[in-house]
Design a binder for this molecule. Structure first.
Ligand SMILES: [Zn+2]
Length: 336
């Protein structure tokens, strides 16, 4: 004799799963973050932020507009993107190391800039963004925006004399077919760091940072974490595994203290969809602490991985505010 039907059992199981997530989430700070997210109307852009907005647009238009889709199937475009990144970083006074390795029958490059720490040179903070785009997409948000952020941050005056060593790295081959394989650029890079015994104390992945929507319901989440977060896609998110909690919280705290822009944070199970979907995942594989700063990409943008992910879809003024906040997050990370 069966007292409870199978569908009823399923509903009860889902209820307890949700309840469990709520209890665990609230108790072990996976979801609770320091300070309060900014809310209300955004203040006018400051003149430096206006300049950043224009600069970010220029980088995105170059990478996703003029160059367009860039990956191993279009090797000339991939090289053109790498050349643009190298020349922009060089013009800002940096020395760029091109680290080549073979993938998909092509020679592919990670591009690295290092600003040596003046106090703790052996402690390294890595800021990274992938510059390839998925097949069939010009990749304006994913991830010309992350590269634009990297290029804009690399010449911020307050980041030129760090206490810890600061690296800016543009990664190749984040997208399929290399995604989470041995030939993913960031995994090649992270393994190299581990083999050389380098002490990376924090890695921040800049992944899709230019897309913002103010409408109710514009933000989606992997089940079931939407219970805890806003339904409007107008914020920047800091995302890591539960064991990256200290780093996630530090980023969120610093961002909230400095930036007048909505922000959310989560130190969540790495197995949840989306949590590991960028270059920070590569650093997890060799046991470095790593988090992602993101607009949440597929959970917000309907243009994700399509030919509509074009430069005109991004909100450069909001993007500039986010970069301003990220600069102070990085300034804090390199100060130990
Ligand atoms: Zn992507």
């Amino acid at each position: 004799m069966r007292l409870i039907t199978r569908p009823a059992l399923k509903r009860i199981a889902v209820f307890f799963l949700l309840l469990g997530v709520v209890v665990v989430g609230c108790q072990c700070s996976m979801i609770r973050m320091p300070s309060k997210s900014f809310s209300g109307p955004l203040p006018a852009l400051s003149p430096p932020q206006e300049a950043f907005s224009a600069e970010l647009r220029q980088h995105v238009e170059k990478l996703a507009g003029e160059i367009g889709e860039r990956n191993v199937y279009l090797p000339k475009k991939l090289t053109a993107a790498a050349d643009y990144i190298e020349s922009t970083l060089s013009a800002a006074g940096h020395t760029v190391a091109r680290q080549s390795y073979p993938a998909g029958g092509e020679s592919c490059d990670n591009l690295e800039v290092e600003v040596l720490g003046s106090v703790w040179p052996d402690e390294i903070v890595v800021i990274g963004a992938h510059y390839d785009s998925v097949v069939g997409s010009p990749g304006a948000d994913d991830n010309a925006s992350g590269v634009a952020a990297l290029l804009a941050l690399a010449h911020r005056p307050e980041l030129q004399k760090p206490g810890r060593t600061l690296r800016f790295v543009a990664f190749v081959n984040e997208e399929p077919p290399f995604f989470q394989t041995e030939q993913m650029g960031s995994l090649v890079y992270a393994r190299r760091c581990r083999e050389r015994g380098e002490r990376i104390v924090a890695m921040l992945s800049l992944e899709s940072l230019g897309y913002y929507q103010a409408a109710e319901g514009s933000q989606k989440y992997p089940f079931p974490i939407g219970v805890f977060y806003p339904s409007r896609g107008d914020f920047v998110a800091f995302v890591g595994r539960t064991k990256d909690r200290a780093l996630v919280r530090r980023c969120v705290k610093q961002f909230r203290e400095q930036a007048q822009f909505p922000s959310e944070g989560g130190a969540l199970p790495g197995a949840l969809p989306g949590i590991g979907w960028s270059d920070h995942w590569a650093f997890w594989q060799v046991d470095y602490p790593a988090v992602m700063a993101t607009d949440t990409a597929p959970f917000r943008s309907r243009h994700y991985h399509t030919d509509n992910d074009t430069p005109d879809k991004l909100d450069y003024d909001r993007f500039a505010r986010v970069i301003d906040g990220l600069a102070s997050v990085i300034e804090d990370l390199v100060a130990r």
